[in-house]
Design a protein around this ligand. Structure first.
Ligand code: PGA
Length: 249
């Protein structure tokens, strides 16, 4: 049985004082017990704060992005080893905002994936289609292309050690959630695509849904056979809301 993962993607939100309340609120709620693995991904500058406050809480923390390079003249970038230095367990890779706002290509995403795993980090690999692609009936082709770029570069076994997040771009931050069945259909497609190469890996890999997950829709999404948790943006910025999603497992 795959353990459900609930991951909070804070994006470029928060402040030192606000994070203190948010982290302590999540920590207090989780200590009452939830049936999921929980991870928060703050902006990089706040990772040391998360590491300090979440130490021995059972909650993991991670980065929102990393450089594919190990070190060197890459101003503004953060390496896998730097995330590892602050005990990050996870790192989000290929988020649609990185792909669209920073022109990250499938090939770069694959390089980042490899850099993360080489250091011991677990990649949360984001894939998902634009609204125009869904309307053109290209959803499966798009997620297959994004997934295959990583499988071809890293090998199918590497997928066992990652988390996949299906995030339809039209549902991110829009309040328009994919219906549980729409999400399940794509999750099943992703799992079958992995299974075509390795059945064991397909059974093990966790596939999260992301895109306007809220306390009132989480339970129905998480109940689907191939949905193993969620990548939560906006709703992870409020301790009570995030905890309600964690409890929906
Ligand atoms: P959202 O973001 O929950 O605010 O839609 C999800 C994400 O971008 O990971």
């Amino acid at each position: 049985m795959r353990q459900t993962l609930v991951a909070g993607n804070w994006k470029m939100n928060g402040s030192r004082e606000g994070n203190r309340r948010l982290l302590d609120g999540i920590k207090a709620g989780i200590s009452e017990g939830v049936n999921a693995e929980v991870v928060v991904c703050p902006p990089a500058i706040y990772i040391p704060q998360a590491a300090r406050r979440l130490n021995e809480s059972g909650i993991a923390w991670g980065g929102q992005d990393l450089s594919q390079h190990e070190s060197g003249a890459y101003t503004g970038e953060i390496s896998a080893a730097m995330l590892w230095d602050y005990q990050c367990k996870y790192v989000i890779i290929g988020h649609s905002e990185r792909r669209s706002l920073h022109a990250e290509t499938d090939a770069q995403v694959a390089e980042k994936f490899i850099a993360a795993q080489k250091t011991g980090l677990t990649p949360i690999l984001c894939i998902g289609e634009l609204l125009t692609e869904r309307e053109a009936g290209e959803t499966e082709a798009v997620v297959a292309r994004q997934l295959d770029a990583v499988i071809d570069a890293a090998g199918i076994e590497a997928i066992a050690g990652c988390v996949i997040a299906y995030e339809p771009v039209w549902a991110i931050g829009t309040g328009k959630t994919a219906s549980p069945q729409q999400a399940q259909d794509v999750h099943a497609f992703i799992r079958q695509r992995v299974a075509a190469q390795n059945v064991d890996v397909a059974e093990k890999v966790r596939i999260l849904y992301g895109g306007s997950v809220k306390p009132d829709n989480a339970a129905e999404l998480f109940a689907k056979a191939d949905i193993d948790g969620g990548l939560i943006g906006g709703a992870s910025l409020d301790a009570e809301g995030f905890l309600a999603i964690c409890r929906a497992v």
